[in-house]
Write a protein that binds this ligand. Structure first.
Ligand code: IFM
Length: 406
């Protein structure tokens, strides 16, 4: 019998820049305007105005949680000047989630920063800690009743983006490419920048201390887990790779209240390093292999390296135009998750990526959502996968048994 623990969070996730629209004070917005190979976020899904409708759809389906973010570029559009109106906007979002019975999981930084922060040097500037902690301190004023806070989303991807930016600057504006969509010009993402890695860990620890002092929220951050697996005899190559790309961020989560695991696919590591994704017909729209089993590998790795920090799956999903494939993938991922939980790995929730088909960092074609959105009219349409996940949520996993016996 498949049952998840009482109080398990069943939800979907989003990020402000990917859904809100017109995030004009952010570094990502600026980057989109000057990179010819990238599509623009523009109005996005207009979730800035339509968040209540988004949340209502999730709640109506049977989910009990929603992960969404606060956009720093809106809260602090110029250094040191905090917008009361924008803080009130995000407080209204928190209130709406609570009213609908959706436990809010709030992310404070999800890839995008204020443009001025980026121009000052961003995570590599001498003032990164002072800047980020000032923002976090302001945000604590609206977090009353919020139980779960993620400080920084995928710091390993952010540290990788710092490196990518440096490379682009060095190569004189060849154009920025999406970090989350496979690109034929690279076989895999390069390693995160080591200095940015150290700075992000310092920022997370400082934010954690502020949040613990000023709120009653449980604090963690969310790591991009690549679920890398060594081929026989290549364990030391694998170790070196995970020690650069993932483990520092997981070790940085020791002492946190939870670790956010974000898993999509898995790759092997051989003597030459990470083996590129195979070219298979069921590859996803971001060019990665179809690997529902990745979630179990990722959760086990995060649990081991953090030395037993509670897991929250803060992202798991698939870029596909075929919603039946999304259901199959999620079914496989949830079974893999339950298997590792049966081995004693404490897991507090599963938040699917993504609530809505959204802006995939420079591209609109890779659709991850449980809800489709017409980008002309902004009309939302729930996909069958939303109802499917909602039934699993409402039965705390029992619906997975029914699917197995069908
Ligand atoms: O869309 C992204 C998200 O912003 C961070 N994690 C991976 C997702 C899919 O690529």
């Amino acid at each position: 019998m498949i049952r998840f623990p009482d109080g398990f969070l069943w939800g979907a996730a989003s990020a402000p820049h990917q859904i809100e629209g017109n995030n004009t004070n952010s570094d990502w917005w600026a980057r989109e305007q000057r990179s010819p190979g990238m599509e623009r976020s523009g109005d996005a899904l207009d979730s800035y105005h339509r968040y209540a409708e988004d949340m209502q759809l999730l709640a109506d389906a049977g989910l009990n949680s929603y992960r969404f973010g606060i956009e720093w570029a809106r809260i602090e559009p110029t250094p040191g000047h905090f917008s009361r109106a924008e803080l009130a906007h995000y407080r209204r979002m928190i209130d709406k989630a609570l009213e609908l019975g959706l436990t809010p999981v709030v992310t404070l930084h999800h890839f995008s920063s204020p443009l001025w922060f980026d121009e000052e040097g961003g995570w590599m500037s001498e003032r990164f800690l002072e800047r980020f902690t000032a923002y976090v301190t302001e945000v604590t004023s609206i977090l009353d009743g919020v139980e779960w806070v993620c400080t920084i989303n995928e710091p390993n991807m952010l540290a990788f983006m710092v490196r990518m930016l440096k490379d682009h600057l060095a190569r004189q504006n060849e154009g920025w490419t999406s970090p989350t969509v496979e690109d034929p010009r690279r076989t895999h993402l390069p390693d995160p920048d080591p200095e940015a890695t150290r700075n992000l860990i310092a920022a997370h620890h400082a934010a954690r201390a502020i949040l613990r002092e000023r709120t009653s929220a449980k604090v963690g951050w969310t790591v991009a887990n690549e679920a890398l697996v060594p081929t026989a005899g290549n364990e030391s190559v694998w170790q070196e790779i995970v020690d650069a790309r993932e483990n520092p961020f997981l070790i940085g989560a020791r002492g946190d209240d939870f670790i956010g695991v974000q898993s999509y696919t898995s790759q092997t590591v051989d003597a030459n390093g990470i083996v590129p994704h195979p070219e298979l017909p069921d590859n996803t729209l971001v060019g990665t292999a179809y690997r529902p089993d990745a979630l179990g590998i990722a959760v086990r790795h995060a649990w081991e390296v953090t030395q037993g920090v509670s897991i929250m799956v803060t992202e798991n999903g698939i870029a596909t135009a075929d919603d039946a494939q999304r259901i199959r993938y999620t079914d496989g991922a949830l079974r893999a998750l339950k298997d590792v939980m049966n081995d004693g790995i404490t897991t507090v929730g599963y938040l699917h990526w993504s609530a809505l088909d959204n802006f995939e960092w420079g591209h609109w074609a890779p659709t991850f959502g449980l809800i489709a959105v017409d980008r002309e009219t902004f009309v939302r349409t729930a996909k069958p996968s939303l109802g499917w996940l909602g039934r699993i949520a409402a039965t705390n996993g029992r619906a997975l048994d029914e699917a197995s016996s069908e």
